[in-house]
Design a protein around this ligand. Structure first.
Ligand code: GDG
Length: 466
């Protein structure tokens, strides 16, 4: 069996000490790495005055982890710059927030080169290399320049934008061309894969040369949709753990007979938090009899604080939650509880289980794992209702959610009313179908489908050679 090398911007393997803040994705990748006796490579999250290429290598719970430190200018130009001020907003359809700065592009190229130069000596001939996300699109190109001939796959966790949006990016052609140095490029949904194909066919004058093969820039790449999942069985178990029950009890006591409506998101403008708050405000205005019957809890740990747009949205959300509470609070209750703290995963599971409704209303989202976690954490005998944005990749799979356009406060308000009034039988029926999907298309299925497709490429090569 080939060895697997996973490359991602940040590396956060579980420590094996019950570290409950580690996400499901890290758990799943670690499991795959253990199975393939693999290596996880990425940025340590630390900076150094001058880049040395020094590798920090450690073993974490059966997985070898190799990280490098980056310079302060790398952090500003590559991570905060090109990745999070250029690609992230553009790929989430926020052209208004997209910054184009030549130094960002240079920093992005430089860091990808540094990743490649440090990683290349660690690669053995038969290794499979799996690169993750928008930070590292040019990595395969840099590795190929160094003579690496291994099979390399790329998975994009965020949306691929529509063609007309993609061409607004200076240097878009070079970026897309670098994807053709991979053997396999995976997207979250058929829609994003289709958007990529449209760019290749129209802008790069490429051709579809097989059901999953695109040819352009003199190379052929396999493309596919690989919707990411969660470890549903583990999450459902976690929702019944002692700590989850304690959190559940605390939530029930504090909601004091009100229905809990929950949102859990990194504090990010793509998650539609402002629009969600305004939708909730509409609901309260349209249903004054419900004001004392509901509590909306929004958990939103801060992220990317080095980027101004994130500081600005934080300030706007502070103001908005204050405004709604100012208007609708009473001496004994607030309709909105808004917290920026990070919780343990088992505590989150308890919160999800206590919530009668989950509001997952991103304006754009590659997939959205919170929607799946909410489903997995429900009590099968008394499940809650998921309200889900049509612009989350998850809407492609969780069709029994109440699907809304997150830009419409009226639609959010109407869906809340419908969710709160939904009879138990309907809640159970919708939940059952969603849970079946979350369980079937889980994180192991995602991982196996991607790694399997990458392995198959070798089989084709071997068959052709023999
Ligand atoms: C990207 C794509 C795609 C949130 N608050 C806490 C906490 N979380 C966890 C959630 C969930 C994860 O963070 C967020 O995952 P999402 O999928 O919702 O969103 P992104 O972070 O934007 O992820 C996305 C994903 O990659 C995977 O491909 O689905 O579309 O944007 O797991 O539970 N976890 C803990 N405490 C918190 O307070 N422990």
């Amino acid at each position: 069996m080939s060895r697997l090398i996973v490359v991602s911007n940040r590396v956060n393997p579980p420590t094996g000490k019950g570290d409950e803040t580690v996400g499901g994705l890290a758990m799943a990748l670690s499991a795959a790495l253990r199975e393939y006796s693999g290596l996880w490579f990425g940025w340590s999250g630390k900076t150094t005055p001058e880049f040395t290429g020094h590798l920090n290598v450690e073993r974490c719970d059966g997985v070898t982890v190799a990280t490098i430190d980056l310079e302060e200018s790398d952090l500003n130009e590559y991570y905060n710059g090109y990745a999070n001020k250029t690609l992230w907003p553009l790929f989430h359809y926020r052209q208004d927030l997209t910054a184009y700065d030549r130094s960002y592009g240079e920093g992005y190229e430089r860091v990808n080169k540094r990743f490649a130069e440090t990683l290349a000596p660690l690669i053995q001939p038969d290794d499979l290399i799996w690169v993750h996300d928008y930070h590292l699109i040019p990595l395969a190109r840099e590795l190929r320049k160094l003579g690496i001939k291994n099979r390399i796959g790329f998975f994009l966790h965020i949306p691929w934008p529509a063609h007309q949006l993609m061409v607004t990016l200076p240097g878009h052609q070079k970026l897309v061309q670098s994807l053709f140095d991979y053997d396999l490029v995976g997207f979250q949904t058929p829609e994003y894969r289709q958007a990529f194909e449209e760019y290749v066919l129209t802008e790069a004058r490429g051709a579809a040369v097989g059901p999953n093969d695109l040819r352009a820039f003199g190379r052929t790449v396999k493309v596919g949709a690989f919707p990411i999942g969660i470890d549903a069985a583990e999450f459902a178990e976690m929702a019944k753990s002692d700590r989850a029950w304690r959190t559940y009890d605390v939530m029930m006591a504090h909601t004091a007979f009100r229905s809990l409506i929950v949102g859990v998101d990194r504090l990010d403008y793509s998650k539609g938090l402002e629009e969600r708050f305004i939708g909730f405000e509409h609901f309260l205005a349209a249903h004054p009899e419900m004001v004392r019957e509901v509590l909306m809890l929004q958990i939103a740990p801060v992220s990317r604080e080095g980027v101004e747009a994130y500081q600005e949205i934080r300030a706007r959300l502070d103001a908005l939650s204050g405004r709604i509470n100012g208007e609708y609070a009473d001496i004994d209750r607030n309709p909105v509880r808004y917290v920026n703290k990070n919780y343990r995963r088992d505590e989150l599971a308890g919160v999800y289980r206590a919530a009668r409704v989950a509001l997952v209303t991103p304006l754009r989202d590659g997939m959205n794992l919170v929607a799946k976690e909410y489903v997995a954490a429900q009590d099968p005998e008394n499940p809650g209702v998921l309200i889900l944005s049509r612009f989350a990749g998850a809407a492609n799979q969780l069709k029994q959610a109440l699907i809304v356009n997150p830009n419409s406060p009226e639609e959010i308000a109407d869906a809340l009313q419908r969710a709160l009034a939904m009879p138990l039988a309907e809640r159970k029926e919708r939940w059952r179908m969603m849970f079946d999907n979350v369980r079937r298309e889980d994180v192991s299925a995602w991982r196996d489908a991607f790694v399997g497709a990458l392995e198959d490429i070798r089989e084709v090569h071997t068959a052709l050679a023999s």
